[in-house]
Each structure stands twice: as C-alpha cells, then as structure tokens.
Design a protein around this ligand. Structure first.
Ligand code: UDP
Length: 322
C-alpha cells in the first residue's frame, strides 16, 4: 500500500515508518520539524520506498497521488512542548486533522488518528477504560493538547458518521524508547540524561503520581493491528505496568549506577495523579498485548541515549537545543 505518516520524523512515527517499510509498503512522511528531527529517519532515509516531505500539515498536504492509508501522528506531544507551542498544538488538532480527513475522503483512504490518554485528563476512573469520558480542565495549560485531541476524535467520528470515511482512533499511553528527544522534557529522557551525567533526578511533586510505560515497538505493533482491524471505537494502547515517579527514578539510578540521588521540584499544574490503561479492548479485538518488559525496554533506551550523548554531547539535553 501507499501510506502517509504525518509527523513522520517524530519519535513514535519514525518507528512506525520503519515498521511499514519492513512490511513492504511505500511510505511518505510529512513533517515540519518543530518537534521531529531528521536524525530519527537517518536509518531509512535512503530506502527506495520512502520519501520525506517538509510541510506544515496545518496549511495542507502538498503531495500528489492517492494514499491507501493515512496515519495521522503529527502533534507536539510533551507537556513542556505543547505549552511552548500552544497554537501549533491546537491547530494541528483542528486544521491538521481536517486536512487529513478531507484527503482521506478524496482518496478513499483509511485513516488512523493518534489520540492520547490525556483525553481522560486527571482520571477519576482507574484503570482508564475507553468508555470513560474523562476529567479534563478545558482552560488549563494542558488544555491546548487535551482539547485538540478530543476535538480531533470528534472530527474523526463525524467524518466516519457523515462522510463515510474509514476511521480508527488509538489512545496512546506513555511510551518510551530510542529516538525520544533528549530535551523534550518528559520524564524518561529527563531522568536518563540526568542519570548519565551523575546529576540528581528531578522528581516533580512528591513523586507518588503514577504512569504506565509502554516500549515503542509494542505501541507500533498495536497501531498497525488497529489500522487493519474493523474497530471504529477508540482503542487504548499502553502497557499496564504502573510505576510511581519515585519508583521510576530509583530504577533508573540503580541501572545507571548514578550516585546523584533525587531532588524534588514543583508539580506542574493539572499533572494527572495516576494513569494506567485498561487494555481489554486491544486484547479482545486486536489480539494485542505488550511484549517488552520494562527492564529490557529501559535498558535499550538508556543505551540509545548514552550513544547519542557520546556522539553529539550533552548539549542536546538542554532545553534550548530543540
Ligand atoms: N516528571 C518528573 N520529572 C521530570 C519530568 C516529569 O517527575 O523531570 C513527572 C511529571 O510531573 C508527570 C510524570 O513525570 O507526573 C510524567 O510526565 P511526562 O512529562 O513524561 O508525561 P505526561 O504523562 O505528564 O504527559
């Protein structure tokens, strides 16, 4: 098939492109590099079935020829990215998703949208099941992301209902692995880059808040299965292995042998207190479950960052090195 991946030079989408190429498809990646990077696609940049288009999805999709599938992955995705890029985040979920859906309709393509566990906000139901409608602050700092994703889900369902476009919605829970941006501010790259430099790990708040971390190859597998399934309802993809941020920090300090310990910093506003996917729907409908245990995934991620910093220096982990 000929497949478009929006945000193709980002962390998760670059792994998705690689997987689709390995499956024998023709892949076109579209990116404007506001949070993606050509470093992520270097390994398959010259693959004969791959091409890369630099464009802003908010403006349109300047690519000729029909697509069979569109994976709509483009968006800033880290809390400190989307508060720095509020309008880009809102508009890619509005104009960007509309452009994707119009193109899908014109091409007769099936489209999958990368939604998020953030649609559940600070969840009052635990673990989060797809039928839960969420607890989102619609005007808080995270709202630019949460509401853009919720609006996109609504737009997907409207195009499905009224325009007969074939749509799929994945709700992605915290994902980690090689190619996360070293300075994206999320907890895994922060802790790893601090640990590798012998620094104290910055635990926000008291560190009792939880997240459930899924290795990127498991997520990509779930996304590909969902696209080829007949499931129109949103589907959680994530690893139910739940850790507090204190446990995560201790684990990363232990594996890296970091003597730097921890330091507590203020908790960001509206930071969800807990998060864990209910994956019954993915197991039942997609025959999907995560395969990579946390200790293996985190070891591979630490090795990636160690190699990256050795080649390019720790400047990459600084916030101004986008
Ligand atoms: N966090 C932390 N230290 C950091 C970065 C993040 O303790 O240096 C916490 C953050 O407050 C949140 C959790 O780690 O509770 C996950 O944050 P992240 O930004 O990775 O993703 P989120 O799940 O909030 O979108």
């Amino acid at each position: 098939m000929r497949i478009l991946v929006t945000g193709g030079a980002g962390f998760v989408p670059s792994h998705l492109c690689e997987r689709l190429l390995a499956d024998g498809h023709d892949v076109v990646a579209l990116d404007n590099y506001i949070t993606g990077h050509t470093r992520n696609i270097a390994g398959f940049r010259d693959h004969p079935a791959f091409s890369l288009v630099e464009a802003d999805l908010i403006e349109g999709i300047p690519i000729e020829g029909r697509f069979d599938r569109i994976f709509h992955m483009a968006s800033p995705a880290s809390p400190i990215d989307y508060v720095e890029l509020p309008f880009e985040t809102l508009y890619v979920g509005a104009d960007g998703t509309r452009n994707v859906l119009r193109r899908a309709k014109a091409d007769g393509a099936r489209v999958l949208f990368a939604s998020t566990s953030e649609v559940y906000g600070d969840p009052a139901v635990h673990p989060q099941v797809e039928s839960y409608w969420g607890n989102v602050n619609p005007i808080g700092p995270r709202s630019v992301y949460d509401e853009a994703k919720r609006f996109s889900e609504a737009l997907m369902m409207a195009f499905h209902r009224y325009e007969k476009v074939e749509t799929r919605i994945v709700r992605i829970f915290n994902t980690y692995g090689p190619r996360m941006r070293a300075n994206d501010g999320r907890v895994v790259p922060n802790f790893i880059s601090q640990a590798l430099q012998g620094q104290a790990l910055t635990v926000y708040g008291d560190g009792t808040q939880t997240r459930s971390f899924c290795f990127v190859s498991d997520l990509v597998d779930g996304i590909v299965k969902l696209m080829e399934s007949d499931l129109v309802e949103p589907c959680n993809i994530g690893n139910p292995h739940e850790l507090s941020m204190l446990q995560l920090a201790e684990e990363i300090n232990r594996i890296t042998g970091n003597p730097g310990g921890l330091v507590h910093k203020p908790l960001p506003k509206d930071d969800p207190t807990r998060r864990r996917p209910d994956t019954t729907r993915a197991r039942t409908n997609l025959d999907w479950s995560p395969q990579v245990p946390f200790d293996q995934g985190i070891a591979r991620t630490i090795a990636y960052f160690a190699d990256l910093f050795e080649k390019e220096g720790y400047g990459l982990s600084k916030r101004d090195a986008r």
